[in-house]
Write a protein that binds this ligand. Structure first.
Ligand code: NCD
Ligand code: ZN
Length: 348
Protein backbone atom coordinates (compact mmCIF):
# COMPACT_ATOMS: atom_id res chain seq x y z
CA UNK A 1 0.00 0.00 0.00
CA UNK A 2 1.33 3.44 -0.86
CA UNK A 3 -0.20 6.50 0.65
CA UNK A 4 0.96 10.03 0.29
CA UNK A 5 0.75 13.08 2.47
CA UNK A 6 1.29 16.55 1.04
CA UNK A 7 2.11 19.37 3.44
CA UNK A 8 2.97 23.02 3.35
CA UNK A 9 6.76 23.01 3.03
CA UNK A 10 8.12 22.85 6.59
CA UNK A 11 10.47 25.15 8.50
CA UNK A 12 13.03 24.24 11.15
CA UNK A 13 12.96 26.78 13.96
CA UNK A 14 16.25 25.70 15.57
CA UNK A 15 19.18 24.45 13.51
CA UNK A 16 22.98 24.27 13.77
CA UNK A 17 24.74 24.49 10.41
CA UNK A 18 28.30 25.21 11.68
CA UNK A 19 30.80 26.65 9.20
CA UNK A 20 33.38 25.63 6.59
CA UNK A 21 33.53 21.96 5.58
CA UNK A 22 30.83 20.89 8.06
CA UNK A 23 28.46 23.58 6.76
CA UNK A 24 29.04 22.39 3.20
CA UNK A 25 28.28 18.81 4.26
CA UNK A 26 25.15 19.34 6.35
CA UNK A 27 23.36 22.33 4.78
CA UNK A 28 21.98 20.35 1.80
CA UNK A 29 20.45 17.82 4.23
CA UNK A 30 18.17 20.54 5.63
CA UNK A 31 17.59 22.46 2.38
CA UNK A 32 16.32 19.27 0.70
CA UNK A 33 13.15 19.26 2.84
CA UNK A 34 12.86 22.59 4.65
CA UNK A 35 12.17 26.02 3.16
CA UNK A 36 13.64 28.03 6.04
CA UNK A 37 15.49 27.51 9.28
CA UNK A 38 16.43 29.58 12.30
CA UNK A 39 20.22 29.35 12.25
CA UNK A 40 21.96 29.12 15.61
CA UNK A 41 24.81 31.60 16.12
CA UNK A 42 27.07 29.44 18.34
CA UNK A 43 30.06 29.43 16.02
CA UNK A 44 33.57 29.96 17.35
CA UNK A 45 33.73 32.94 17.69
CA UNK A 46 29.97 33.49 17.96
CA UNK A 47 27.83 35.52 15.57
CA UNK A 48 27.31 38.68 17.59
CA UNK A 49 26.80 41.61 15.21
CA UNK A 50 24.48 42.22 12.30
CA UNK A 51 27.48 42.35 9.97
CA UNK A 52 28.69 38.94 11.18
CA UNK A 53 25.21 37.47 10.67
CA UNK A 54 25.12 38.80 7.13
CA UNK A 55 28.48 37.35 6.27
CA UNK A 56 27.48 33.96 7.81
CA UNK A 57 24.25 34.07 5.76
CA UNK A 58 26.31 34.52 2.62
CA UNK A 59 28.51 31.54 3.52
CA UNK A 60 25.38 29.43 4.01
CA UNK A 61 23.97 30.47 0.64
CA UNK A 62 27.33 29.74 -1.00
CA UNK A 63 27.10 26.21 0.41
CA UNK A 64 23.68 25.76 -1.24
CA UNK A 65 24.01 26.73 -4.88
CA UNK A 66 20.60 26.81 -6.54
CA UNK A 67 18.69 25.75 -3.43
CA UNK A 68 15.37 27.39 -2.58
CA UNK A 69 16.26 27.83 1.08
CA UNK A 70 16.16 30.87 3.33
CA UNK A 71 18.35 30.95 6.44
CA UNK A 72 16.77 33.02 9.21
CA UNK A 73 19.75 34.43 11.03
CA UNK A 74 20.13 35.01 14.77
CA UNK A 75 22.57 36.94 16.93
CA UNK A 76 24.31 35.52 19.96
CA UNK A 77 23.46 37.65 23.00
CA UNK A 78 26.46 38.65 25.11
CA UNK A 79 26.74 41.03 28.03
CA UNK A 80 28.47 43.41 25.59
CA UNK A 81 25.82 43.19 22.84
CA UNK A 82 24.85 46.54 21.34
CA UNK A 83 21.05 47.00 21.49
CA UNK A 84 21.16 49.52 18.63
CA UNK A 85 22.96 47.03 16.36
CA UNK A 86 20.44 44.30 17.22
CA UNK A 87 17.44 46.50 16.54
CA UNK A 88 18.97 47.84 13.30
CA UNK A 89 19.79 44.32 12.07
CA UNK A 90 16.21 43.21 12.78
CA UNK A 91 14.72 46.27 11.05
CA UNK A 92 16.90 45.60 8.02
CA UNK A 93 15.64 41.99 7.86
CA UNK A 94 19.13 40.63 8.52
CA UNK A 95 18.10 38.71 11.66
CA UNK A 96 14.93 37.00 12.82
CA UNK A 97 15.79 36.65 16.51
CA UNK A 98 18.44 36.88 19.23
CA UNK A 99 19.69 33.82 21.11
CA UNK A 100 20.33 33.74 24.83
CA UNK A 101 22.73 31.08 26.09
CA UNK A 102 23.50 31.02 29.80
CA UNK A 103 27.33 30.98 29.85
CA UNK A 104 28.60 27.41 29.91
CA UNK A 105 25.21 25.75 29.35
CA UNK A 106 26.10 23.93 26.13
CA UNK A 107 28.37 23.66 23.08
CA UNK A 108 30.23 26.94 22.40
CA UNK A 109 28.35 28.94 25.02
CA UNK A 110 31.34 30.46 26.82
CA UNK A 111 30.47 33.94 25.56
CA UNK A 112 26.93 33.64 26.90
CA UNK A 113 25.26 35.55 29.68
CA UNK A 114 26.46 35.28 33.29
CA UNK A 115 24.67 38.27 34.86
CA UNK A 116 21.16 38.54 33.51
CA UNK A 117 20.90 42.12 34.80
CA UNK A 118 23.65 43.08 32.34
CA UNK A 119 21.41 42.31 29.34
CA UNK A 120 18.26 43.92 30.73
CA UNK A 121 18.57 47.10 28.59
CA UNK A 122 19.08 44.97 25.49
CA UNK A 123 16.02 42.86 26.27
CA UNK A 124 13.99 46.01 26.82
CA UNK A 125 15.10 47.40 23.46
CA UNK A 126 14.18 44.08 21.83
CA UNK A 127 10.72 44.08 23.43
CA UNK A 128 10.17 47.62 22.20
CA UNK A 129 11.31 46.79 18.65
CA UNK A 130 9.58 43.39 18.47
CA UNK A 131 12.76 41.28 18.23
CA UNK A 132 12.04 37.74 19.50
CA UNK A 133 14.35 36.11 22.06
CA UNK A 134 15.27 32.43 21.66
CA UNK A 135 16.33 30.91 24.97
CA UNK A 136 18.47 27.93 25.88
CA UNK A 137 16.63 27.20 29.10
CA UNK A 138 19.04 25.52 31.49
CA UNK A 139 20.78 26.84 34.58
CA UNK A 140 24.49 26.16 34.77
CA UNK A 141 24.78 26.00 38.57
CA UNK A 142 26.91 22.89 39.22
CA UNK A 143 24.85 22.22 42.36
CA UNK A 144 21.75 21.61 40.25
CA UNK A 145 21.24 18.10 38.95
CA UNK A 146 21.50 18.03 35.15
CA UNK A 147 18.00 16.52 34.88
CA UNK A 148 16.56 19.46 36.86
CA UNK A 149 18.32 22.30 35.07
CA UNK A 150 15.46 23.19 32.74
CA UNK A 151 12.79 23.27 35.43
CA UNK A 152 15.00 25.36 37.73
CA UNK A 153 15.79 27.77 34.87
CA UNK A 154 12.09 28.55 34.47
CA UNK A 155 11.78 29.68 38.10
CA UNK A 156 15.16 31.33 38.55
CA UNK A 157 15.74 32.99 35.19
CA UNK A 158 12.99 32.79 32.58
CA UNK A 159 10.03 33.83 34.65
CA UNK A 160 11.88 36.82 36.20
CA UNK A 161 13.05 37.94 32.72
CA UNK A 162 9.55 37.72 31.30
CA UNK A 163 8.05 39.62 34.24
CA UNK A 164 10.73 42.32 34.01
CA UNK A 165 10.35 42.72 30.25
CA UNK A 166 6.69 42.89 29.31
CA UNK A 167 6.08 42.59 25.59
CA UNK A 168 9.22 40.52 24.95
CA UNK A 169 8.37 37.60 22.67
CA UNK A 170 10.20 34.51 23.89
CA UNK A 171 10.79 31.10 22.35
CA UNK A 172 11.78 28.51 24.91
CA UNK A 173 13.89 26.26 22.76
CA UNK A 174 14.13 22.47 22.73
CA UNK A 175 11.85 21.95 25.72
CA UNK A 176 12.40 18.58 27.39
CA UNK A 177 10.15 18.53 30.44
CA UNK A 178 6.50 18.43 31.44
CA UNK A 179 7.36 21.48 33.58
CA UNK A 180 8.31 23.53 30.50
CA UNK A 181 5.22 22.38 28.60
CA UNK A 182 3.00 23.40 31.52
CA UNK A 183 4.78 26.75 31.84
CA UNK A 184 4.19 27.54 28.16
CA UNK A 185 0.59 26.39 28.30
CA UNK A 186 -0.09 28.66 31.26
CA UNK A 187 1.54 31.70 29.64
CA UNK A 188 0.07 34.27 27.29
CA UNK A 189 0.66 34.21 23.55
CA UNK A 190 4.04 35.99 23.87
CA UNK A 191 5.69 32.68 24.83
CA UNK A 192 6.19 29.68 22.55
CA UNK A 193 8.38 26.58 22.58
CA UNK A 194 10.22 24.50 20.04
CA UNK A 195 10.38 20.73 20.35
CA UNK A 196 13.10 18.65 18.71
CA UNK A 197 12.70 15.48 16.71
CA UNK A 198 14.82 13.43 19.09
CA UNK A 199 13.15 14.58 22.31
CA UNK A 200 9.84 13.34 20.87
CA UNK A 201 11.41 9.90 20.48
CA UNK A 202 14.03 9.15 23.11
CA UNK A 203 14.02 9.22 26.88
CA UNK A 204 17.05 8.91 29.13
CA UNK A 205 17.02 5.12 28.98
CA UNK A 206 17.95 5.36 25.32
CA UNK A 207 21.17 7.10 26.33
CA UNK A 208 22.10 5.10 29.39
CA UNK A 209 20.45 1.66 29.58
CA UNK A 210 22.37 -1.32 28.23
CA UNK A 211 25.47 0.72 27.33
CA UNK A 212 26.17 4.40 26.87
CA UNK A 213 25.04 5.71 23.49
CA UNK A 214 26.80 8.94 22.67
CA UNK A 215 24.74 9.67 19.56
CA UNK A 216 21.67 10.13 21.79
CA UNK A 217 23.47 12.60 24.05
CA UNK A 218 22.39 16.19 23.54
CA UNK A 219 21.59 19.23 25.63
CA UNK A 220 19.22 19.63 27.25
CA UNK A 221 19.64 15.93 27.97
CA UNK A 222 16.59 13.70 27.35
CA UNK A 223 14.55 13.12 30.51
CA UNK A 224 12.19 10.43 31.86
CA UNK A 225 9.48 8.84 29.70
CA UNK A 226 6.79 10.87 31.47
CA UNK A 227 8.44 14.02 30.12
CA UNK A 228 8.75 12.61 26.59
CA UNK A 229 5.02 11.85 26.69
CA UNK A 230 4.31 15.46 27.72
CA UNK A 231 6.28 16.67 24.68
CA UNK A 232 4.43 14.31 22.33
CA UNK A 233 1.16 15.45 23.80
CA UNK A 234 2.08 19.12 23.29
CA UNK A 235 3.20 18.51 19.69
CA UNK A 236 -0.03 16.66 18.86
CA UNK A 237 -2.29 19.02 20.76
CA UNK A 238 -2.68 21.57 17.98
CA UNK A 239 -1.66 24.31 20.45
CA UNK A 240 -0.07 26.95 18.20
CA UNK A 241 2.61 27.76 20.78
CA UNK A 242 4.46 24.48 20.08
CA UNK A 243 6.40 23.90 16.88
CA UNK A 244 9.33 22.04 15.39
CA UNK A 245 12.90 23.15 15.98
CA UNK A 246 15.02 20.10 15.25
CA UNK A 247 18.17 21.29 17.04
CA UNK A 248 19.98 19.14 14.49
CA UNK A 249 23.52 19.65 15.82
CA UNK A 250 26.24 17.86 13.86
CA UNK A 251 29.53 16.83 15.41
CA UNK A 252 31.99 14.57 13.60
CA UNK A 253 31.80 11.02 14.97
CA UNK A 254 35.18 11.05 16.75
CA UNK A 255 34.02 14.06 18.79
CA UNK A 256 30.86 12.17 19.83
CA UNK A 257 32.47 8.78 20.40
CA UNK A 258 34.95 10.04 22.94
CA UNK A 259 35.72 9.93 26.66
CA UNK A 260 34.07 13.36 26.83
CA UNK A 261 31.66 13.36 23.91
CA UNK A 262 30.02 16.46 22.47
CA UNK A 263 26.30 17.13 22.90
CA UNK A 264 24.09 17.10 19.82
CA UNK A 265 21.94 14.78 17.68
CA UNK A 266 22.04 15.06 13.90
CA UNK A 267 18.46 14.74 12.62
CA UNK A 268 18.39 16.93 9.49
CA UNK A 269 18.51 13.97 7.10
CA UNK A 270 15.50 12.00 8.33
CA UNK A 271 13.41 14.29 10.53
CA UNK A 272 10.41 14.48 8.23
CA UNK A 273 10.01 10.70 7.68
CA UNK A 274 10.56 10.03 11.39
CA UNK A 275 7.96 12.59 12.42
CA UNK A 276 5.45 11.22 9.89
CA UNK A 277 5.92 7.74 11.41
CA UNK A 278 5.58 9.08 14.96
CA UNK A 279 2.48 11.16 14.26
CA UNK A 280 0.92 8.25 12.37
CA UNK A 281 1.60 5.89 15.27
CA UNK A 282 -0.06 8.40 17.56
CA UNK A 283 -3.11 8.49 15.25
CA UNK A 284 -2.55 12.19 14.55
CA UNK A 285 -1.05 12.54 11.06
CA UNK A 286 -3.29 15.55 10.52
CA UNK A 287 -1.40 17.38 13.27
CA UNK A 288 1.94 17.08 11.49
CA UNK A 289 1.46 20.00 9.10
CA UNK A 290 0.59 22.63 11.71
CA UNK A 291 3.49 21.49 13.91
CA UNK A 292 6.14 21.59 11.17
CA UNK A 293 4.80 24.29 8.85
CA UNK A 294 2.23 26.63 10.41
CA UNK A 295 2.75 27.39 14.09
CA UNK A 296 6.35 28.54 13.92
CA UNK A 297 5.86 30.81 10.93
CA UNK A 298 2.80 32.33 12.59
CA UNK A 299 4.65 32.98 15.87
CA UNK A 300 7.59 34.60 14.07
CA UNK A 301 5.22 36.69 11.94
CA UNK A 302 6.45 35.09 8.71
CA UNK A 303 4.24 34.07 5.80
CA UNK A 304 3.59 30.34 5.60
CA UNK A 305 5.60 28.76 2.79
CA UNK A 306 3.96 28.65 -0.63
CA UNK A 307 5.79 25.41 -1.52
CA UNK A 308 4.77 21.86 -0.64
CA UNK A 309 6.46 18.67 0.53
CA UNK A 310 5.09 15.23 -0.22
CA UNK A 311 5.74 12.19 1.94
CA UNK A 312 5.02 8.68 0.64
CA UNK A 313 4.19 5.71 2.84
CA UNK A 314 5.98 2.54 1.79
CA UNK A 315 4.94 -1.02 2.57
CA UNK A 316 8.49 -1.87 3.60
CA UNK A 317 10.64 0.05 6.08
CA UNK A 318 12.77 2.75 4.48
CA UNK A 319 16.52 2.63 4.99
CA UNK A 320 18.38 5.85 5.79
CA UNK A 321 22.14 6.27 5.66
CA UNK A 322 23.70 5.49 9.03
CA UNK A 323 26.00 8.47 8.55
CA UNK A 324 26.80 11.19 6.06
CA UNK A 325 30.32 11.97 4.96
CA UNK A 326 31.40 15.60 5.26
CA UNK A 327 34.71 17.35 4.68
CA UNK A 328 34.90 17.64 8.48
CA UNK A 329 34.44 13.89 8.99
CA UNK A 330 31.54 11.41 9.19
CA UNK A 331 28.38 12.45 11.03
CA UNK A 332 26.05 9.77 12.37
CA UNK A 333 22.40 10.24 11.42
CA UNK A 334 19.89 9.93 14.27
CA UNK A 335 18.47 6.40 14.59
CA UNK A 336 14.90 6.56 15.94
CA UNK A 337 15.09 2.91 17.00
CA UNK A 338 11.88 1.95 15.18
CA UNK A 339 11.00 1.15 11.59
CA UNK A 340 10.12 4.16 9.45
CA UNK A 341 7.83 3.64 6.44
CA UNK A 342 7.79 7.20 5.11
CA UNK A 343 10.08 8.86 2.64
CA UNK A 344 10.08 12.30 1.16
CA UNK A 345 9.15 12.22 -2.49
CA UNK A 346 11.88 14.12 -4.31
CA UNK A 347 10.70 16.36 -7.16
CA UNK A 348 11.36 14.79 -10.59
C1 NCD B 1 24.11 22.12 20.39
C2 NCD B 1 25.41 22.22 19.59
O1 NCD B 1 26.07 21.20 19.42
O2 NCD B 1 25.71 23.32 19.10
N1 NCD B 1 24.11 20.88 21.10
C3 NCD B 1 23.03 20.22 21.56
O3 NCD B 1 23.19 19.23 22.27
N2 NCD B 1 21.82 20.61 21.27
C4 NCD B 1 23.97 23.29 21.29
C5 NCD B 1 22.61 23.45 21.87
O4 NCD B 1 21.64 23.74 21.16
O5 NCD B 1 22.46 23.27 23.08
ZN1 ZN C 1 20.72 23.89 19.59
Amino acid sequence: MTRSLTLTRPDDFHLHLRDGAMLAGVAPETARHFARAIIMPNLVPPVVTGAQADSYRQRIMAALPGAAFTPLMTLYLTEASDPADIVAAHRAGMIAAVKLYPAGATTNSDSGVRRFDAVRPTLEAMAEAGVPLCVHGEVTDPEIDIFDREAVFIDRVLDPIRRATPGLRVIMEHVTTADAVAYVQAAASDLAATITTHHLIINRNHILAGGIRPHYYCLPVAKREIHRRALVHAALSGDARFFLGTDSAPHADPAKESACGCAGCFTATNTMPILAELFEREGALDRLEPFVAHHGADFYGLPRNPGRLTLMRQAEPVRFPARIETGAGPVTVFDPGFAVHWRVSEPV
